[in-house]
Design a protein. Structure first.
Length: 444
């Protein structure tokens, strides 16, 4: 289990216990041990990069628990780290989650790749260039309210809910495009603050940030969402705005293909975003809650079996510990009965998702000595359950890798061997005749 300690940050990073380990590493490691495996807690040290990865070659699998941004903040190179993990994968090691899984699932354009699934919306677009953004956004914005999501932000920064101030929407997509001087009403998901800008100002901010052409912005963000191009993560996703977002969104906590709990996150009155710290209200449900029976059936039965392939991750297993956030896409007015039962994914996350029940174990200014032993017994029992389930899923993946189906050529030889053995058992062939046939079979 790989972690990272940031020397320049208090406690080694905001996710650390007094021991220097991640606050939720112990339940995960113990879960692996409970499933019959050995699990070692290791810290990646950039100055010992080559030695570190040579040591990792001796393991069967690697669980990566380094928070996004930590490696670079600690003087390392995230791209170098990721490339070395990919090299280990080529040697047959499992990496959970692999760099490609984190990139493809975490990127906002993942929503485009699931657009045709039950959990997607067909009018979801991705922009990687100024030209595509100008043309596409002006068409979608003229049709209906939108949600524009940058790829790099976190906690809702750079996610904008946008409406035309005039309300002048066309009846059919493509009937018209917005003019540069049309006025937009925007709300940012990170703190629900509102801004007003023209179409031209918004597009300028998205491409070039704060300039004389983008107007005055109150957001803490800097714009420039397309900077660096697709390779560097520069992209925007354009998705239909679902008005029932004010009723809340659902988060499914997942271990592999098993849902361990559902959280309904309702924004505070007048808000749209349910990001933590914005006054939202959380309600917890069991995975089999009847309120979400249809969603669970569709998600588990229809979408999960093909999800990784849809995300261009054909040879990767589902992450050990990940989340999927859902929004009610019924077009009705919030507070009125729904006419359809359809929830769509707004975001996946598998980049070091934390076990919230272990929160008492991470250090803060008022608890600098926080440790595993500070976790309340009830919370520790639940964290232990999650860790044990992760261990069972991990063992299952490794066992499956060790019992892969033989190639067609090998299967043909195996079938012939079994046929010869059966012939001997039935007395059709003598042992000598069987031995001769075996020798011919293997050309010896």
């Amino acid at each position: 289990l790989v972690q990272f300690y940031v020397p320049s940050q208090p406690f080694g990073g905001s996710d650390k216990s007094a021991s220097g380990h991640r606050y939720d590493s112990l339940p995960i490691a113990n879960g692996m041990i409970a499933s019959g495996m050995s699990c070692q807690l290791l810290h990646y040290v950039p100055s010992e990069h080559d030695t570190f990865f040579k040591v990792l070659e001796g393991f069967d699998a690697i669980i990566v628990r380094c928070n996004p941004g930590q490696i670079n903040a600690g003087g390392g190179d995230q791209m170098k780290f990721d490339d070395s993990m990919r090299a280990l994968q080529k040697k047959g090691l499992q990496v959970w989650p692999s760099p490609d899984v984190m990139m493809n699932m975490g990127a906002k354009d993942a929503l485009c790749k699931i657009a045709d699934l039950e959990i997607g919306l067909p009018d979801t677009l991705a922009y990687y260039s100024k030209e595509a953004l100008d043309e596409g956004f002006k068409k979608t914005m003229a049709f209906q309210p939108r949600v524009i999501k940058q790829n790099r932000g976190s906690s809702g920064e750079g996610i904008w809910i946008i409406k035309l101030k005039s309300g002048n929407y066309c009846s059919n997509f493509g009937d018209r495009s917005c003019a540069d001087d049309e006025v937009l009403e925007l709300m940012e998901a990170c703190d629900n603050h509102a801004e007003t800008h023209t179409v031209a100002e918004f597009l300028e901010f998205c491409v070039n940030g704060r300039t004389s052409q983008s107007g005055k912005w109150d957001t803490v963000g800097t714009g420039k969402y397309l900077e660096g191009g697709k390779v560097a993560g520069g992209q925007l996703v354009d998705q239909r705005f679902c008005p029932r977002i004010v009723e809340g969104e659902l988060r499914m906590n997942m271990i592999g293909d098993t849902c361990t709990g559902i959280i309904h996150k309702k924004p505070k009155a007048g808000g749209i975003s349910a990001v933590g710290g914005t006054g939202s209200i959380y309600t917890y449900y069991a995975p089999d809650a009847p309120e979400f029976e249809n969603l669970m059936a569709d998600f588990s039965g229809k979408n999960l079996p093909t999800l990784m392939a849809n995300l261009d991750l054909h040879n990767e297993p589902l992450p050990l510990w990940w989340t999927a956030d859902f929004i009610n896409s019924d077009p009705g007015t919030p507070g009125t009965p729904c006419t359809i039962d359809k929830w769509i994914v707004g975001e996946f996350n598998c980049s070091c998702v934390g076990i919230s029940k272990c929160a008492a174990a991470y250090c803060q200014a008022d608890s600098p000595n926080a440790s595993f032993f500070d976790i309340p017994v009830k919370d520790l029992m639940e964290a232990t359950y999650l860790g044990n389930l992760m261990g069972q899923k991990a063992a299952g993946i490794l066992n499956a890798c060790n019992t892969k189906a033989p190639s067609p050529a090998a299967a043909k030889i195996i079938n012939r061997i079994e046929a010869v053995k059966s012939a001997v058992t039935m007395g059709v062939l003598s042992k000598e005749e069987a031995g001769s046939m075996m020798a011919k079979l293997f050309d010896v």
